[in-house]
Design a protein around this ligand. Sequence first.
Ligand code: PHE
Length: 337
Amino acid sequence: MDINFDNLEEFKSEIDGASSIIELNDIKVKYFGKKGIVSSINKELGKLDVEKRKEIGERISKIRDKFDGQFDSRLSFIKKEEINATLKDEVIDVTLDGYPYKRGSIHPVNLIYQEVIDIFMSSGYEVVEGREIEDDYHNFEALNMPKSHPARDMQDTFYVDEDVVLRTHTSPVQIRIMEDRKPPIKMIAPGKVYRSDYDMTHLPMFHQIEGLVVDKGISFGDLKGALRLFISKMFGDDLDVRLRPSFFPFTEPSAEVDMGCVQCRGKGCRMCKGTGWLEIAGCGMVDPEVFKSVGIDPNIYSGFAFGMGIERIALLKYGIDDIRLLYGNSLKFLRQF
Ligand code: PHE
């Protein structure tokens, strides 16, 4: 038998010439596959005598080791090349500009809401929260408005059921706080309130802020001072403030708070209908009946309370004449703030 081992060792240059894993595998098949050169040699081996067979067998096994070594080093070379090629192809330019995105802004009602809270906080008021779904007792009864009381008609109430309402004002928070604590109390309660109402100046949902101060010796003068301070911080210190006698079942005496018109600064214009005044809040001294229903002794303590609408403040501050614009969600409108 004539075996050309030099021919068999030609693979060295073939392996070095392979440029892909597929090509490399083809070479392996060519030499060591089922129908490869080495298999055909192996078939012939049976015809040889033992000594010769052993010698050739050893030579083939050495050749196989050599092949495997070269094969593996070429394989890792090709893999490295492939990785380098992908890294080059898929390179990302991190210096490119991104897509610009639109900036949001705070809603005008939230802007005013926060500003009002900040002003009162800076005067030492504590901020408390009540509940938007309130029972009849806290929303009306404890505020000196029994079931048959005509003052209930002042507010168009959303009823959840006979004894549960969407709170029509933030005043029930006064009751909840006074039930819980002993004076001194100095708090504000901002939040959503609900009334069945909808026109240029009314919405079924709006925000109020309630104020309550209870201690020994709190006077009507303290009430006016507190309101005057708020108005001067919110609208400027040139505006006059006046308290106009009014009625609320839970305060006695009660008053409407007027301030000088923000537009004409008190001279009289279209906004204030020529009067020079704008109504901004309701207020009064806590009614002794209310103190009794929360267990505070009206002979020892006195207090004042006020309540105002946040949206109304926003309308005055920004010179908007239709409250519905605030919740129309027109971006053209909202982007102005
Ligand atoms: N709760 C009253 C309203 O919504 C306002 C108010 C609050 C009046 C506190 C007096 C004292 O109309």
